[in-house]
Design a protein around this ligand. Sequence first.
Ligand code: PLP
Length: 470
Amino acid sequence: MDSSKLKNLLFKELINKEPFKLAQKLSFEHLDEAFKRRVFPSDVAIENLAHFDEDLAEAPASSLDILQQLHQYGSPATLPLVAGRYFGFVNGSYLPAAMAAKTMASFWDQNTALHVISPICSKLEEVVEKWLKDLFKLPEQTAAGFVSGSSVAIYCALAAGRMHLYEKLGWDVNADGLYDAPKIRIIAGKQIHATVKKAIALLGLGLNHIEWVATDPQGRIIVDEIPQLDDHCILCLQAGDVGSGAFDDFVSACKLAKEAGAWVHIDGAFGLWARCCDHLSHLCDGMELADSWSVDGHKTLNTPYDSGIVLCKHKDALVKALQASGSYIVYGAHRDGMLYTPEMSRRSRVVELWAALKSLGKDGLDRLILDLHERTKQFEKQINKEAFDIINEVHFNQLMIACKTDAMTEKVLQLVQKKGVCWAGPSKWNGRKVIRISVCAWTTTTEDIDLSVASFNSCFEELYGNQVEQ
Ligand SMILES: Cc1ncc(COP(=O)(O)O)c(C=O)c1O
């Protein structure tokens, strides 16, 4: 096909909108199915992914055929995270307004790097930054960057911390790097998330140099065991352990850090939202004393993927750590999003964040968060205690359970996953194999918990029924 013929064809598709109409129809079918189907794709659906193993053809393919292929073989191999019985990792559902706004913003196809490229996204970033400061009760000077998730948010926050400490020590880390630089000390609880470790490694701060602090049985940093801090230190705390959901004692830990001139980062990927719920906000007491925070929209808030936020009290340090310059990059009087993120070009993820917050309002947000907590408590209450030990206190929306032996835990979990009523993942806690149940979807109903608990209980019964009475 010659290039003008191809161009005409593509223009025709833009004008008649057939691919978009078909995409909408198939997306709605997928959404309807999501609430009816098994939670993990069937073996057949996984085998059918082989249909994508093809060489790239010389000839263009029709957009409609492309979408049909995606729907026929791709849709069945997705996980219905939108529905209420997926408890793996920390994966939320999506709020209707947020997904609808994201879809609309996909058509806008904005680049949020600079105000001159997208005035609307610059405005929404400004508005959402203000809302988040208000919701999390953070200092007025706090700046927000809208990134893909907590992994990147943590990286940005620690980069800002590194910049801030080095500036005070008279070292230009952007210019001179880490060669012969004074040593930055990283202090972290043994339970910090894998992505905090990744950020430390990426920033050249060295995993072998982390000064580890012991944690209590719930995974909280033991404040009395924090080593003597100084103005070379970054202290990493967490709001919501990925296993137990426990929160560090921010008041005591931040006090130590502030007295010493250390930087404090709080990884609150899902847990920071507890601050916006009256019943749970005490878990975040003292968080405003930290210097930076990372949190996701795509977890507790239930925005679609991907949506993470870095919040930093020291705007200058964040901007200096992330800023790019070039003769054609013109910063203006309005908010230029790329100042606060590692990327230059970025999609307009703030749109769905704005829509999610607006569609809930403060009351709706409070209730959504409380509901996740209550559904987790319901799971804890209903699970058969003769078959399963409860491993953690339900602080927020995470529950860990285990059978009497690791082998039993593993087998029961495998059977639960195979049945497909719900899905939870494995983990380890204090050396013991456990099952993690993470309730993050606003769509999870009391009936979803009933069905899921029944599946766990009956899987145990099927495998070890006669052992319960022993
Ligand atoms: C406590 C914590 N921190 C960081 C992350 C990483 O978040 P993301 O997957 O958005 O990068 C997670 C993910 O579950 C988490 O639970």
